[in-house]
Design a protein around this ligand. Sequence first.
Ligand code: NI
Length: 141
Amino acid sequence: MFELSRRLEFSAAHRLHNPDFTDARNSELYGVCNNANGHGHNYVLDVTVRGPADAATGMVMDLNRLAQLLHEVIFVAVDHKHLDHDVPWLTGRVSTAENVAAAMWEQLQPHLGDLLFRLRLYESAANFVDYYGPAGARPAV
Ligand code: NI
């Protein structure tokens, strides 16, 4: 079994703010990330597919096809955008790294099926989240 990964980098703005909470609660909860006019990140998304290498091709999947898919499905939608306002599949969600990763999973999974294994989304070099899909969606490794 192999885990094959492709990295995608993009820059985007966002603001952590839950409209269900008061401004005071949002400020307390999200701190500087609740700044009214937003802030930016240079995000890094590592997409990992998992499976056997095909006997004939020697590949889990064609990395060029994965790169093309990430460009079309993710990069075009989010690069140099405001995640809270410009991305239809993110509107209505608080744009935490967790929620952004889950939304990206929903966008990619129909194209990758059971090959999709993990999304690792970095907001910064120090802060990142790993997502393995909805709970129970696949057997544990
Ligand atoms: Ni942020």
